[in-house]
Design a protein around this ligand. Structure first.
Ligand SMILES: [Fe+2]
Length: 390
């Protein structure tokens, strides 16, 4: 790991903790903005937090226009709608307040606002040329890490493909991570976003692009999830637990930004695009199967995961210690009642007929090569089949 050069990127400013949204106001006056496009969801638009954001913008003399995204994963169509509004209203920035879909939509609007052309032209790694308008990301879920990450995911409805965009230019200028915005999340969504953050940390830790900074952050995120996710799942009003999960989301997002995701995210994108399974849940449904497949390529990392999750892995021989890591991951998914793909109601015939396309899309998604264990097309298909049954 110390034999290769690396870089480390994150937003200019991160505000974290209960009530941190109010701390954004002092930054607004320094940003010299005239009019911003607020990208949000219907649920957030009717919340006190949204009203508070509007008040702060008004006090800071920043006009606003609001684009409410449709329900579901962000699509090329919703991005185009938001862009039209951004241009029509002559906005100079985007404030995304809501789930990862709102933040990803704001990023994609930003790509087109300054780079023009079609979104698909910027798909993949480092294809974006011009800096985006300033983006302030205020997640209401936390876990996707989009508020701090270099990634955006947008579904191309025509091709039924989830397009990944990756560039340092996609890192928001400011991330506001206030757990008070997350208390109304359902237990299932809480589990899904928490395990998305867990996957970011674990994939980064085991990635071929691992590096010293992100390894420290990844283990911190894994510890936070291990200590807080079950509590937040049991009691959504437990603010300390919510804060812990949200902080893990930030750390996980910084980890993938600098060390990349691997095979879980490569395989979850087609699953989400074809069967409309939410991103976090798709990752969670693949997590244990991936761990079984991967741990032998980096047993010391899985042993470290076990230790971080309070398993006494150092008393066992290295491989036994690594298997404890898998045991810890399985226990976490089981406690949080993560359904298998079959239990999500996906028809077996539909699933089998999509296997070839999902495998092809996973292999070309851009993060498979970072997996510590190399994987063939046949193995990807087999992993999907195993994950289907859970
Ligand atoms: Fe993710």
């Amino acid at each position: 790991m110390l034999l290769f050069p690396f870089e480390f990127r994150m937003p200019r400013l991160i505000l974290h903790g209960p009530g941190s949204l109010r701390d954004l106001e002092k930054e607004l006056s320094r940003m010299a903005l005239k009019k911003t496009l607020i990208v949000t969801s219907e649920a957030i638009q009717s919340s006190d937090h949204y009203a508070f954001l509007l008040e702060m913008l008004t006090r800071s003399m920043i006009e606003n226009s609001c684009y409410t995204i449709p329900a579901g994963e962000p699509t090329t169509m919703s991005v185009r709608e938001g862009l039209n509004q951004f241009l029509k209203d002559r906005c100079d920035s985007c404030f995304a307040i809501g789930g990862g879909s709102c933040i990803d939509t704001a990023k994609a609007i930003g790509i087109l606002a300054t780079n023009g052309a079609e979104l698909k032209d910027f798909r993949g790694q480092d294809r974006i040329i011009h800096p985006l308008p300033p983006i302030v990301a205020i997640p209401s879920t936390g876990g996707s890490g989009s508020e701090v990450s270099r990634y955006a995911m947008i579904t191309d409805q025509e091709q039924r493909v989830k397009m990944m965009f990756s560039s340092p230019l996609l890192i928001p200028e400011i991330a506001v991570s206030d757990p008070l915005l997350t208390v109304s999340l359902s237990p299932l969504n809480t589990a899904a976003i928490g395990l998305d953050a867990f996957c970011h940390a674990l994939e980064s830790l085991t990635s071929k692009k691992e590096q010293p900074f992100t390894n420290i952050l990844a283990l911190s995120a894994i510890k936070l999830i291990s200590e807080h996710l079950r509590k937040a799942w049991c009691d959504g009003t437990d603010i300390e637990a919510r804060s812990g999960v949200m902080l893990a989301g930030i750390l996980g997002g910084i980890c993938t930004t600098n060390s990349s995701a691997t095979l879980i995210h490569a395989m979850s994108r087609p699953l989400s695009a074809i069967f409309e399974i939410p991103h976090g849940l798709a990752n969670a449904s693949l997590l244990s199967t991936w761990a079984d497949f991967t741990y032998l390529s980096c047993p010391e990392k899985f042993r470290l995961v076990a230790e971080t999750m309070n398993y006494d892995s150092h008393r066992e021989n290295p491989l036994e210690g690594a298997r404890m890591g898998i045991e810890a991951i399985r226990a976490l998914c089981s406690d949080l009642e993560i359904p298998s793909i079959e239990e999500m109601g996906i028809d077996i015939d539909d699933f089998e007929s999509a296997l070839e396309k999902m495998a092809d899309d996973a292999l070309t998604s851009g993060t498979t090569d970072n997996n510590p264990r190399a994987v063939t097309r046949k193995q990807v298909i087999d992993l999907y089949k195993r994950a289907y049954l859970g």
